[in-house]
Each structure stands twice: as C-alpha cells, then as structure tokens.
Design a protein around this ligand. Structure first.
Ligand SMILES: Cc1ncc(COP(=O)(O)O)c(C=O)c1O
Length: 382
C-alpha cells in the first residue's frame, strides 16, 4: 500500500467541490440544474484571444519551455494595461510576471514569507487558496471577519496587537469574492498605514477588477508608497472570460515579484506561449469586449437583484463582481438554506459558511450564467 502524506490526507477538499458534488448528484437524477454556484462565466472568450492562440500554436517555435516570468511581449502588454487602467507605471522586466491563472500564484505566494510558526492575516470569508497556501508553508492563519456593518472592509481594531506584530503578510481581495464589496480609498490608506507600521507584505487580489457597472475599481498600487510592499494579482479569467486559458499576471514590488518567479522556477512553470499571446492581444485590444461584458452582467445583476427583492431577501448592494451576496432568511444555516434551494428548486448557490465562519448567515449567487437560466430560476423560485 502506498502511504500518502498527512498534509494531503488531512486536507479538506477544495470547498467548491462540495457544491459541485451536490449539483452532479442532481444531474445524475436527470434534474436540469440552475447553477448559480460556481464562479465561471457563460460568456465566450473574445475572438481576438482565439485568433491569437490559433496563430501562435501553429508555429513550432512556440512549443517549448519558456521564461518562468513570461515572455517580454506579455509583460509589456500587462505593463501598458496597468498604466492605461490604473495610471500605474511598472517595469515589465522586474515588476511583472505572467502566472498560470492567479489561483496557483496565490497558493504559492505565502511560501515567500511564511516559515513554520509564522502567521498571515486573511479575511473571513475569503477565497480559499491563501489559507491552504499558508498552512502548507507551515504557517498559521489569523482570520479577521468581514462584517456587513463595515461594508465588508477589514476593521483593523479587531486584530490583536500581538498578531499585528507577528504577521508577515495580509491578504485582501477587492472587488471581493464572495461579498462583492469594493475597496474604499479610506480603507486602502488605512491598510497601507498599518502595513508600513507592522511591516506586512500585502497580497492584493484583483481578479474581478474589470467587472463593474459605473465606477472603475481602484488598484492598491495607485496609492503612494504601495509599491514598497504590495504585490497585486490580476486574472484574465473574469476580465476576458478566459477561465480555461489559465492566464493572469502578478505585479508590484520588484523583490516580491522576483520571489514569486523564484518559486515558479523551483516548483512550477509559466503559461503556454500561445496563451500568453492571447492574453497580450486582449489586454491591448479588448476594451470593446469589456463594454459588452459589463452590459451583460449589468442586466443579469439587475434581474437577480429583482428576483431576490420579490422574494423579500436582503442583499448587499454592489455594482461589482458577478455575485450577489444575500442574507439567509429565518434561522436556517447557510448550508441548510442552500440544500433547500437544491432540493426544492433544483438551483445551486454557494453557502457562505464554506468560504469562512463569518460567511454564515449569507449565501452567494453567481449571475455569470445565461440570462435564460436566471429567468428559469425566477419561475422556480418565486
Ligand atoms: C477572488 C478570486 N481570486 C482569484 C481567483 C482565481 O482566478 P484564476 O485562477 O482563474 O486567475 C478567483 C476565481 O474564482 C477568485 O474568485
């Protein structure tokens, strides 16, 4: 019998797997499931991405190992993107690296800072790979609750002084999954103040940066002094509906970038060249696609909000991400309520508690699905 490590046998399954299993059970029974659970989009990737991949894949020169930090043309496209979208100037050589989707990079990044016994500050609820990345580097996690009354910004008064002093990094994610909150300027300034005071690195996850209605999302790198201690993760998965391509970039502090590249050179690799070509093409020429995408999400967001309003559900009002974060009615737990939605309406949502203890009492519904699916959900639910 082969003997597996404790770290893998004791690890819980990736939380979204529970939702997927629930859904697959229903599909096997022949139920047409409405899936508002997974954060994947129904939108096709931009034509320019497909054309760029097709062209690049036909060239055998692109079939080989490549630079761990990505091709210069990709990093230059990412650098121009950051300047155009955020007014942030970054050196494509030292301050940017390509990543194979941000999930993997976010999971790997804690090992840049964490030795056994170190701790990280991570919001609760939050996207899971940061916790697992910190634990697998031998560190511990101090969870800080995201509360409705604070607009789901971290309240630094809630972090004990000894934790602040010990923590090596803090993770933030705005626009936020799952709450859909967007970062306020006041929060960004306070975060940077705290990080300078306690010497934290900041891991800023902007996976949903371009998914908004009217007000663009601000990068933490736009604030003075941020480059000293911020590494920011940008994903093309949500921005250009390229989830399966596995492409994004990390940018910011040069030392943190070179540390991530070092980890990649030891434990990983970089995106397939044709995928980098697609990424560069959309960052350079994809703005029109973004307008269509935002319009689509705006309509779906309004529709889902109106369905929840008809049902008397309380929601957190936001114009960003493709999630609605809604309160569980009555005294049910979020898992009980999600199970009820599956059993009674054949519809899957994500219970807040699987994304962290403070997510209890809430559920997340993703509206990146087809509008027809939302209409069908309305027919079943109302
Ligand atoms: C908050 C957040 N960060 C990062 C990711 C990872 O995206 P990708 O690995 O596709 O770049 C996701 C995906 O759902 C996410 O929700």
């Amino acid at each position: 019998m082969v003997r597996f490590s404790e770290s893998i046998t004791k690890a819980g399954t990736y939380p979204f797997k529970k939702v997927t299993d629930l859904k697959n059970g229903l599909i096997k029974k022949g139920v047409k499931v409405i899936d508002l659970g997974m954060g994947d989009t129904t939108l096709p990737a931009p034509e320019i991405a497909i054309e760029a991949v097709q062209k690049a894949v036909a060239d055998p020169a692109n079939h080989h190992y490549n630079f761990y930090n990505g091709y210069p043309f990709f990093r230059e496209a990412a650098s121009s993107w950051m300047e155009r979208k955020h007014g942030v100037k970054l050196d494509p050589e030292k301050e940017i690296t390509a990543v194979i989707g941000t999930k993997e990079a976010l999971f790997r990044m804690p090992s840049s800072f964490i030795d056994p016994g170190d701790i990280a500050i991570i919001p609760d609820p939050s996207y899971p790979p940061l916790e697992s990345g910190t634990l697998s580097a031998g560190g511990g996690v101090h969870f800080v609750p995201l509360r409705h009354q604070n607009g789901f910004m971290i309240d630094f008064c809630e972090i004990p002084e000894n934790i602040k002093q010990k923590a090596k990094f803090i993770y933030i994610n705005y626009p936020n999954n799952p709450t859909s909150a967007v970062m306020t300027d006041a929060f960004a300034k306070e975060l940077l103040e705290q990080a300078h005071k306690y010497d934290w690195a900041i891991l800023s996850d902007m996976a949903y940066s371009e998914v908004y209605e009217n007000r663009r999302n601000v990068s933490l790198l736009e604030f003075e002094g941020a480059k000293e201690r911020v590494i920011e993760f940008h994903s093309l998965s949500k921005t250009f509906s390229m989830t399966g391509f596995r492409i994004g970039f990390a940018c910011g502090n040069g030392e943190m970038i070179s540390s991530l590249v070092k980890i990649k050179s030891i434990r990983g690799s970089s995106p397939f060249q044709p995928v980098q070509a697609a990424g560069a093409a959309v960052m350079e020429n994809g703005d029109e696609y973004l307008l269509t995408m935002r319009d689509f999400y705006k309509k779906n967001r309004m529709l889902l909000k109106s369905i929840f309003a008809k049902k008397g559900l309380e929601i957190f009002n936001s114009e960003s991400t493709f999630y609605v974060w809604a309160k569980v009615p009555g005294s049910m737990t979020s898992l009980e309520y999600s199970t009820l939605l599956v059993e009674k309406y054949g519809s899957v949502v994500t219970p807040g508690s699987i994304l962290g203890a403070s997510g209890e009492g809430w559920f997340r519904a993703c509206f990146a699905c087809r509008t027809e699916d939302l209409l069908e959900f309305e027919r079943r639910f109302i």
